[in-house]
Ligand binder design. Structure first.
Ligand code: MSP
Length: 512
């Protein structure tokens, strides 16, 4: 039976153009989506833009634009970025779309009907940059300005009538939910943070604002707009045609398999979101994974800090697959990662050009010269051949588990190790000296081609464009890629033709 897999990125604020942090979350999500697809799952992969709230209203005002025109413009750059990053997303949702507001209004009505929402007054701190309410003990004085301790963003004092969600009542059910679903929040260290936050007590949450208008109106009181996080989180449902819960998309894909997010927005996804859903009688997602930050120097890359590495510039210069490989391999997934041009160049030169590109080039060139681009017909595996091939079969379940546990680094390390092994195999077997022993020569070339095929399939979720170029030499099309086939040692059809290959990755000069 085909399994369904629903993965989401956060929806991005179109308050400024996309940066490396956004690219990172999207690339990792795409990696999982593509892996699950070649594993045979039915995948729904969602990304989009989060367009309401004071942050966006102010950003638009600053440009002298009305918020909708402003969002139309910047949302487009995020949509284009999805293409530039080669994302395989199934949909792109914007919170200003009608399908979304319909869904939010419906969720609100349910919560109100269930008596989970009441009208009162909010007085406290609010960060427009985080779109978050903070209590007195969560803010501090920094150089005369009040800032949120966790994010460092400026907070302002707010006093206004507001609807509240009875979050305090959900403390116990949430703790029970975390206990019954021990892998709901990953990584483990972040789960502990969330659990202790919830254990320390939850206050009711303000879920509407009255002092501005850019948002979805509270259906029962048009003076209020719905809090932008309640609005935004609902995107994960609206893309599945919620409230129509009997439609195929919702039936197949809810609850979501994985919400991939950055650690800064964990509280919204791991506390507020499951509380809203439990309160509305909708099952919460299966997992929320909070990854670390991409740092430039020691700081989070962000617009306000002015330390942004532009993904587009990097892609234009080095290509999308280089960036994808670099971010997936070099950042220890779950932790913060420091990125630098030097490390990127070293990844391109040693892993992509030398290890992978060179292996493909050498083996195909040797085949062309000696076999006229034909896959050898007669082969006979020896123990040393089976030794290198069997590893893929033996570790097959383990590789799948790495992915299901979001242990990206172990998956990549396996690939790197086997790229070394494949290169070593080709060197040690010295096929250029075996020309008098045709059976052995055939077998070495066959094994080398099989190793290339297996490794390339494993690399497809990481560097799809380059992998497809390699798989094309074997006439394997994208929709034919099957992860399970890495277990098969005689997948390649003996006697069939292969095609030549152009240089996959050019080496980069360090001063470039
Ligand atoms: N709009 C909200 C999310 C709503 S989801 C229902 C939001 N948007 S955001 O544009 O500010 O950030 C989106 C994602 O980008 C977050 O997961 C955030 O962690 C990630 N990143 C932003 N800067 C980052 C880095 N420097 N490094 C890694 N990811 C970071 O929050």
């Amino acid at each position: 039976m085909t399994k369904n897999f629903y993965i989401t990125t956060p929806i991005y604020y179109p308050s400024a153009k996309p940066h490396m942090g956004h690219a990172y979350t999207s690339i990792i999500a795409d990696f999982f989506a593509r892996f699950k697809k070649i594993q045979g799952s039915n995948v729904f992969f969602l990304t989009g833009t989060d367009e309401h709230g004071l942050k966006i209203q102010r950003a638009a005002e600053k440009k002298g634009m009305n918020p909708k025109d402003f969002c139309d413009q910047i949302s487009k750059t995020f949509k284009n970025l999805s293409k530039t990053l080669n994302l395989s997303n199934s949909d792109f949702i914007r919170t200003t779309e009608e399908r979304h507001s319909k869904s939010v209004v419906n969720l609100w009505n349910i919560l109100e009907k269930k008596n989970e929402i009441y009208l009162s007054k909010y007085s406290g701190w609010y960060s427009v940059s985080d779109e978050a309410f903070y209590s007195e003990d969560e803010v501090e004085d920094v150089d005369g300005a009040k800032k949120a301790t966790s994010s460092g963003s400026i907070v302002e004092w707010v006093e206004e009538e507001s609807f509240f969600f009875k979050l305090s009542q959900w403390q116990k059910p949430l703790l029970k939910f975390y206990e019954e679903n021990p892998t709901f929040i990953l990584p483990e260290s972040r789960k502990n943070e969330v659990v202790s936050f919830v254990k320390s007590g939850l206050k009711d949450l303000s879920v509407s604002r009255k002092s501005f208008s850019w948002g979805i109106k509270v259906p029962s009181n048009k003076d209020h707009v719905i809090y932008v996080w309640l609005d935004a989180l609902t995107n994960y449902l609206s893309a599945l045609n919620y409230p129509d819960i009997n439609n195929k998309l919702f039936k197949n894909f809810w609850p979501a398999s994985l919400h991939l997010i950055g650690k800064d927005i964990l509280r919204f996804h791991a506390v507020y979101w499951p509380a809203f859903l439990l309160a509305a009688g909708i099952p919460p997602p299966k997992r929320v994974y909070g990854h670390g930050w991409i740092l430039s120097g020691d700081e989070k890359m962000s617009k306000s800090k002015g330390n942004i590495l532009d993904p587009i510039e990097i892609i234009e210069k080095y290509g999308i697959d280089s960036l994808r490989y670099y971010l997936i391999k070099e950042v220890s997934f779950g932790n913060d990662g420091n990125i630098s041009k030097e490390k990127l160049i070293s990844c391109i030169n040693s892993d992509l050009a030398n290890n992978f590109g060179n292996l493909c080039q050498r083996v195909i060139a040797f085949n062309e010269k000696n076999f006229n681009l034909e896959i050898p017909k007669k082969i006979n595996f020896t123990d040393s051949d089976l030794n290198v091939l069997d590893d893929f079969k033996i570790n097959y379940q383990k590789l799948i588990k790495y992915i299901d546990d979001q242990d990206i680094n172990s998956y990549i390390n396996f690939i790197i190790k086997h790229l070394f092994i494949a290169n070593k195999y080709f060197n040690d077997e010295e096929p250029w000296k075996k020309k008098s022993d045709i059976l052995r020569l055939n077998t070495i070339i066959y094994v080398a081609l099989e190793l290339i095929r297996k490794i390339t399939i494993m690399l497809y979720p990481v560097i799809p464009e380059s992998s497809l170029k390699v798989l094309k030499i074997f006439e394997i099309a994208e929709n034919e890629i099957n992860f399970e086939s890495i277990k098969n040692h005689i997948f390649l059809k003996k006697g069939s033709k292969i095609s030549k290959i152009n240089i996959l990755f050019k080496k980069v000069d360090n001063n470039d």
